[in-house]
Design a protein around this ligand. Sequence first.
Ligand code: FMN
Length: 173
Amino acid sequence: MSGNILVVYATKYGSTAAIGEAIASELRIVGFDVDSSPVTERMQSADVSPLKSYRAVVIGSPIYMGKLLVEARDFVKAHQHDLRERPVAVFTVGYSLKEKSDDHLRSANEAVGVLRDFIEPVAVGYFAGSYNPEVMSLSDRLIMKVVGGVPGDYRDWDEIRAWARGLADLIPE
Ligand SMILES: Cc1cc2nc3c(=O)[nH]c(=O)nc-3n(C[C@H](O)[C@H](O)[C@H](O)COP(=O)(O)O)c2cc1C
């Protein structure tokens, strides 16, 4: 496998960033050149068409209050024309996804819907996130407490790495 892939992610407390970096590492292992960064860094790029050199793009965002972080949508909206010309895979991260019930997957899929206004992803990954009250703002901590969240790191690295390896088959030579 060869060619450049871009992995970008929105994140508030870093758990989605670590998933994005794990995906980037796995893609490097299977032979791609991979650039990875927070989506906000790419948005600050002065290059008007910074995606032209990539064969494929992977975009990730956590879910907060049923929605992706706005910067993930902003990135997709701003780059929709470049993105539509290449395979784009999306992954989303949420506390609820520690249990992949039909309801939880439906809600996560609805959150991803905000990107489908602009692109049609070739793959969507649904990953459990991490809930660590120690790193959260007071208001975020309170919300998680009210909804009965149980602190823990629910990220399944084997699942994440397997999903990343599967992307290789979706990227045409
Ligand atoms: C205020 C708040 C709201 C959240 N809302 C949702 C939600 O609607 N659905 C969900 O599955 N997870 C929800 N989560 C859990 C986060 O998606 C999860 O902690 C994720 O790993 C955070 O990613 P980050 O560390 O990259 O910011 C919420 C967390 C907080 C603090």
